[in-house]
Structures are given as structure tokens and as C-alpha cells.
Design a protein around this ligand. Structure first.
Ligand SMILES: NCc1[nH]cc(CCC(=O)O)c1CC(=O)O
Ligand SMILES: [Mg+2]
Length: 345
């Protein structure tokens, strides 16, 4: 075999130069310039799509770093308000709140979850007072409040469905009274969306929406979040209530039920390994679809970027754009502020 010398390999031969394919369609014509690519781009990320999840803790002082989620913090209330102000200035219109509950407030029924003077109700009142236009989404689930770290009441190693729903209803009502614009049940108990909708309506809170964690999978990608809240299950796993990662059709059944029960927005969680589920749900319903770009997805990007192995900014934008392309109207992401800053540039 003849090995070309470098000068030979860099010059086109006469045959190369004269070769013309008569192709009607040349997809590359639309990729010729930045302007052209922008003109035909099918998906563009907007700050309007972003929901910023935030962790709030009791007390005062400095925000506390979360080692497995670089750039994320547990904020005392006054510092949380500063963070929300910054987010608001960047154009972010919605936040999702998660509480860090001290162990002494946790019990088997998660009763702190419906204390009207608890951390989340106090936080909601402060947010609505200072930033009435900021959409506040309150998480409905028992795991931050439950001494066993499960999303429901545990009896003999089992997670009780209906008894848990009764507590979730109280929690959602407490959050609505405190000013939540949306309640977001993330517990995966059956029937909770309907029970919450009915209770909100009966309490004169028909305006409060339900963002349902409809297809929430039993995922190992939640690890860093459980570090943040110190809420890892004390025994077993969450497979008797969260979905099996291998199931796609079952997500559509969950969607049908949640729509029937009164959900306003349906969510898929996690996002990245579940883009097909987002796509199928988008085809299946006319409701807005949300996706949660969860803690483990965030941590992987941060870790690889810290090692210098990927370009963080580009990977972040690509990831979120693709979640939107798959069909997500809203994206909950810990990158919200960073993306909003980039989009504003
Ligand atoms: N109700 C619990 C809840 N709400 C949001 C997340 C995870 C969010 C994330 O990983 O970013 C979890 C964790 C879990 O189900 O164990
Ligand atoms: Mg369900």
C-alpha cells in the first residue's frame, strides 16, 4: 500500500476536485452559517422554562454548602430571600422549595409537615410578602419530615397509602394557606392528586395548582438530594411506590390517572435517562409537561467539569435544550441561575 506523504494528503487530486454529486437535498445547506442555523433551530431554551429548586433550613447565618451538589446550598431564610432576589433579577419566574428539617422535628407520621408555623409555611409567607410575583412551588411528601426517611407512613416495614394521603392533604392545605402558588406532590402515593384537589377546592383554594410528580422513578440519581436534606430512607428502598426504570407504558397510565384526578401539570423525573418517557407523555396529553433534571444529573456534570473532562457550560446548555426538545415545557434544574445568566448574555 502506498503511504501518502503529507503534502500529497493535503492537496486535492484532480479527480477529487471535479467530483460533483447532483443532490437535490443537501441538509448541510441549512448549516452553513450561525445565522442560518439559528433561523431553522427547532428548540430554543428560554428563562421562562426554568424552575429553580432551593433548599431552606432553620436558623440564621451562612448558607451551608452541599458537597455532592457543588454550587448548591442549604439557605437560612434571610439568605434564601437574597438568592430568590438574584434569581428574579435574572428573569427566573418560579422556584421549588425543599426543607431541611432537624431530626428532633421528625416523627413517624411526619406531623411537622402540616405545622402552620413550620419552616416551609414561614418561608412561603416571607417569599410571597417580598416577591409576590415569584411563583412558589411547595413539595408535598413526607420524606423530609418522616423519621424513617420514606415518603409515607411506615407500618411493619410497609408504606401505607391511604393514611399517608390523609397527611399529604393536610400538608398541601397548610402550604396553600401560606401562599403556595402550586403544590407538587412528589410522594407517588395512589390517589393523592385527587384528594388534594378536592381538599383545596373545598377550602376555597381553587386557584392553587397541582404540579404532579406523575412519572417519578425509583432512581439512584436522587442520591445528592438525599444528602442535601439528610433524608435517605432508613431501610429498604422506594420501589413499592416509585416506578420501575424499565417501565414506559406505565407512565401513561399514571398520566391518565393524574389528569383524571385534577393535575394541572404532569412531571417526569429524572429527566436525562427518561427522555423517551417525556416524549411519549407529550404525545399523550395536552397538559404542560415538566421534567426534573435531578441532583445526580447535576452532580455528574459538575464532577466531570471539575476534573476538566467536559466543558460545563456547553454540556449544561446541550442537556437542557435536549430535555426541552424531548417535550418538556418546564425544567426544574439546579443550573437555573447559571443558564439564566448565559441566556441573558
Ligand atoms: N419526595 C422526595 C423527593 N423530592 C425530590 C427528590 C429528588 C430531587 C433530586 O434528586 O434533585 C426526592 C427524592 C426522593 O424521592 O427520594
Ligand atoms: Mg400516581
Amino acid at each position: 500500500m502506498r503511504v501518502p506523504t503529507s503534502s500529497q494528503s493535503e492537496t486535492l487530486t484532480e479527480t477529487d476536485a471535479s467530483l460533483t454529486l447532483f443532490q437535490r437535498q443537501r441538509p448541510r445547506r441549512l448549516r452553513r452559517s450561525e445565522g442560518l442555523r439559528r433561523m431553522v433551530c427547532e428548540t430554543s431554551l428560554s428563562v421562562d422554562n426554568l424552575v429553580y429548586p432551593l433548599f431552606v433550613k432553620e436558623g440564621e447565618g451562612q448558607p451551608e454548602a452541599i458537597p455532592s451538589m457543588p454550587g448548591c446550598f442549604r439557605y437560612p431564610l434571610d439568605r434564601l430571600l437574597e438568592e430568590i432576589e438574584q434569581a428574579s433579577e435574572l428573569g427566573i419566574g418560579a422556584i421549588a422549595l425543599f426543607p431541611v428539617i432537624p431530626n428532633e422535628y421528625k416523627d413517624r407520621r411526619g406531623s411537622e409537615s402540616y405545622n402552620p408555623n413550620g419552616l416551609i409555611p414561614r418561608t412561603l409567607r416571607a417569599i410571597k410578602q417580598e416577591f409576590p410575583q415569584m411563583m412558589a412551588i411547595a413539595d408535598v411528601a413526607l420524606d423530609p419530615y418522616n423519621s424513617q426517611g420514606h415518603d409515607g407512613i411506615v407500618e411493619n416495614g410497609k408504606i401505607l397509602n391511604d393514611q399517608t394521603v390523609a397527611v399529604l392533604v393536610k400538608q398541601a392545605l397548610t402550604q396553600a394557606e401560606a401562599g403556595a402558588d402550586f403544590v407538587a406532590p412528589s410522594d407517588m402515593m395512589d390517589g393523592r392528586v385527587g384528594a388534594i384537589r378536592q381538599a383545596l377546592d373545598a377550602a376555597g383554594r381553587a386557584d392553587v395548582g397541582i404540579l404532579a410528580y406523575t412519572a417519578k422513578y425509583a432512581s439512584a440519581y436522587y442520591g445528592p438530594f438525599r444528602d442535601a436534606l439528610d433524608s435517605a430512607p432508613q431501610f429498604g428502598d422506594k420501589k413499592t411506590y416509585q416506578m420501575d426504570p424499565g417501565n414506559g407504558r406505565e407512565a401513561l397510565k399514571e398520566v391518565d390517572l393524574d389528569i383524571e384526578e385534577g393535575a394541572d401539570i404532569v412531571m417526569v423525573k429524572p429527566a436525562l435517562a427518561y427522555l423517551d418517557v417525556i416524549d411519549r407523555i407529550k404525545e399523550h396529553t395536552h397538559l404542560p409537561v415538566a421534567a426534573y433534571n435531578v441532583s445526580g444529573e447535576y452532580a455528574m456534570v459538575k464532577a466531570a467539569a471539575q476534573c476538566g473532562w467536559i466543558d460545563e457550560e456547553k454540556v449544561m446548555l446541550e442537556t437542557l435544550t435536549c430535555i426541552k426538545r424531548a417535550g418538556a415545557d418546564l425544567i426544574l434544574t439546579y443550573f437555573a441561575k447559571e443558564v439564566a445568566a448565559l441566556l441573558a448574555r
